[in-house]
Design a protein around this ligand. Structure first.
Ligand SMILES: [Zn+2]
Length: 373
């Protein structure tokens, strides 16, 4: 699978896509209301196929909804169903059922095989209108889904997913490593490699703070307030763009140097409680998602160990567990074997050892086995 993102050129016609996204929001909220009402009346979950039939019938009468292609309607209902499935599975851990969404916050609609057609390199027909976009990369493979996305600034993008597989032969290095996330040092590996958070993270964070302050000084709803809000959104976009860009580059570097990369399974909620807001700035989860994608494409592996293993507190030399270790301790002396330990590197070594021993041999490609043996 391959994902492409293209920006649509500004044009009067784009208002049709905005209508479609807004109409999708209206359908989405109507479906949520029906789910809730059905549950109240019958104490049962509303079946998605019944809901589809019902909405299809309604759509014949509501002209506004006809703006949304029938495949996109299906996608909305399936997405709500997925959210309910997650809720049924994880409600004990605090997952909430899907709820109503404001039109402003509703951002996209998705088409599968029908409802659009690429008519030249940078033109696409969606419904009855033709739109132009900037083709930054050539599309390879057969298109599986097309999503029209709107960001907080009201700009429109096409997200295209194809079935393309890169058929390059993996370039094996025979190396594996364990990795520990940190606040100052983004990643520390079991072989001592340290990857620092780029400086622009901090610079952009300051810019974000300033934009937030400026917004809080404006009168809510005033012209200046909206201007400040737009500015804040732009800074957010800039941060997420730059960060993702760096994550992609780093993922390529790491997967070029190592065959197997081992991490702790993240409990982000727990980390947030422990370390406060900062953790969200570092966006570990986003990084791991990107790293997995890149590793997959190159025939490399990202493997996780159980997050309950005490990787920081265990001495990587003798296995002694230091129960008194606190988050502030960057270095510590093992009371059993008297080794001086660097907190992050020690954790990474443990993660590597545990990860290599828990890799399921039968699920790993033979080409990768040499790297962890
Ligand atoms: Zn020790």
């Amino acid at each position: 699978m391959k994902t492409y993102k293209f920006k649509l050129y500004r044009h009067k016609r784009n208002k049709y896509l905005h209508y479609s996204i807004n109409a999708s929001a209206s359908i989405y909220n109507h479906c949520i209301a029906l789910h809730k009402r059905y549950y109240k009346m019958f104490d049962k979950h509303l079946n998605q196929y019944r809901l589809m039939k019902h909405i299809a019938k309604l759509r014949k009468r509501v002209r506004y909804w006809q703006q949304v292609g029938s495949q996109a309607v299906q996608d909305i209902i399936q997405r709500i169903q997925k959210a309910y499935d997650l809720f049924f599975k994880y409600h004990k851990r605090g997952t909430r059922p899907p709820g109503f969404r404001k039109r402003r916050k509703y951002k996209s609609f998705t088409l599968k095989q029908a409802g659009y057609k690429f008519i030249s390199d940078n033109k696409i027909r969606i419904g009855k209108q033709v739109f132009k976009f900037s083709l930054s990369r050539k599309i390879e493979g057969k298109v599986k889904t097309l999503t029209v996305k709107r960001n907080n600034l009201g700009e429109l993008f096409l997200v295209v997913i194809t079935n393309h597989q890169d058929e390059t032969i993996p370039n094996m290095t025979g190396k594996s490593a364990g990795w520990d996330f940190g606040l100052k040092t983004f990643l520390t590996s079991s072989d001592g490699t340290a990857i620092q958070s780029p400086l622009f993270f901090k610079q952009l964070r300051n810019k974000l703070k300033a934009a937030n302050r400026s917004l809080s000084r404006k009168k809510k709803g005033s012209k200046n307030w909206y201007r400040a809000k737009d500015h804040l959104n732009r800074v957010y976009e800039q941060i997420s763009y730059k960060r993702r860009d760096w994550f992609w580059k780093l993922s390529h570097e790491l997967t070029d140097s190592y065959d197997v990369l081992i991490f702790e399974d993240l409990n982000l909620k727990g980390m947030q409680r422990l370390w406060g807001r900062k953790i969200s700035d570092l966006a570990f989860a986003t990084f791991l998602e990107i790293l997995e994608t890149v590793a997959n494409n190159k025939g490399k592996l990202v493997h996780y160990i159980d997050r309950f293993y005490p990787s920081s507190k265990t001495c990587s030399h003798c296995g002694h567990i230091n129960q008194d270790l606190t988050l502030k301790d960057r270095f510590w002396d093992c009371s059993s074997c008297h080794t001086k330990l660097d907190r992050d590197k020690n954790a990474a070594i443990n993660i590597h050892r545990v990860g290599a021993s828990t890799l399921k041999l039968d699920t790993v490609r033979p080409s990768l086995m040499a790297s962890v043996a």
